[in-house]
Design a protein around this ligand. Sequence first.
Ligand code: GLN
Length: 535
Amino acid sequence: MLKKRKFIVVTGGVLSGLGKGIAAASIGHVLSSQYRVVPIKLDGYLNVDPGTMNPYEHGEVFVLDDGGEVDMDFGHYERFLNVSCKFEHNLTMGKVFEEIRSKERRGDYLGKTVQFVPHVVDVIKGRIFSVAEKEQAEIMLIEVGGTVGDMESDLYIEAMRQLENDVGEENILYVHLTYVPIPAGVAEQKSKPTQQSVYELRKRGIQPDVIIGRCSEPLTPEIKSKIASFCGVDKKAIFTGLDVDNVYKIPFLLEEEGIVEILKEKLGLEFRKIDDLWKELLHNLENPIQEITVALCGKYTSLTDSYASIKEALMHCSAHTKARVNMKFIETTAIEEGRLSIGEALAGVDGVIVPGGFGSRGVEGKLEVVRYCRENKIPILGICFGLQLMVVEFARNVCLLEKANTTEVDPETTHPVVDLMSEQKGIEAKGATMRLGAYISYLREGSLVRKLYNSEIVSERHRHRYEVNRQYHQFLQENGLSISGLYLEKNLAEFIELRDHPYFIATQAHPELKSRLSNPAPLFLGLVKAAMEKK
Ligand code: GLN
């Protein structure tokens, strides 16, 4: 155990989307085999959480065990640090102002004018210290969302500046991620954006200790010298944030460039090199023995960030099976509007995923995909909405319940085989009101799912309002659909499968959220193996 808790603050400059979350998680990974590293992310938006945001705008909503809805950076944190995060590890301005307002109404500030500094900044620091204490963190890894210079991150930056005074300069490390372009024609790495972004940071009172320059090529010694001299940073502490085909390589690249020495030197840490558990798995990824195609049919397929964890889970499976998994995105609206035939859509496809989703757009197209896979024995995995639609398809085409549906799509259906959960009825508010977080399911003896998990009990994370209508459980089972996993307390169908099919399985949960490179989600691994066999 460290004598003194350390703080690593990661900020970003120039533009968004440079991979600040990955950079922070990579530094965390370097430290995580020896220290208790606890991540916290500070977001500038006024939503309490991203649960109410459109995945088009914000990418996938990541769900934690405790039911917290957070952004996809937490996926990286959990996978890179091998931890389970909590909702309070994501601070948003929505949460900060909620606290300020309730304190003010309660009279906590009686007599005082409530101000951004000190009151708001104190709330920010207070939340960070409280997480650090509760989790007994040795190292707090703090990612400041947004770009330095954004109005909405200024209060966080001020809090981070003050932190140095609170914890002592030997216990804090400021890391700044910037962008080093190589403009066409000039064909040379350019330092000006980095200089300007560090200038913005210094104007706010923070001198970075480490700079990571995102670039398509390794930073040259010349550009490092230039950045060092203009930004007042040790040349050894300037790193490349290299464009890579796989982000799991980044911790190793940073290690090769000397991050371990810098962390030791600046924070007084004592540690060996990082463990290379991942190296063999990364090697497998680069030496595939087979190639398969898995189709993802959804409606946000143009924005693959909306399915970030599914892509991750498939990659984890690749590393274990040595099958290169090509993903094919199918917009199911094109199928239902007749612009794409089902045969064309699934040509050359070895396995299919019907992912989570909301609303009716593209649903009839997804149902066609399910039918085709069921009838043609193509391996298929349904996730959440995917499970619900697989039940609808089975009800319509096997049980012959005409126009069976989920009431989310058709509230008037005569066969509501999927319906709003009873505890959801009457809920009007949209924020954090779904069935969220980890629930335990019991897996039936002899089922495929029990074999895949190799366990009788599993815990997976959820995010939904609808479920298989309990009144139809028996009828569906009599017709051959097996409800193989249940949340016993409420008799909810958590897993379903078909027996006379190589791989027709679905879950009401989101197992992709807990998949790890060293431990892929069993249902995904099963799909990839079945697809390999089919091929
Ligand atoms: N829309 C469905 C529900 O609310 C499925 C949700 C999901 O796929 N995450 O139950």
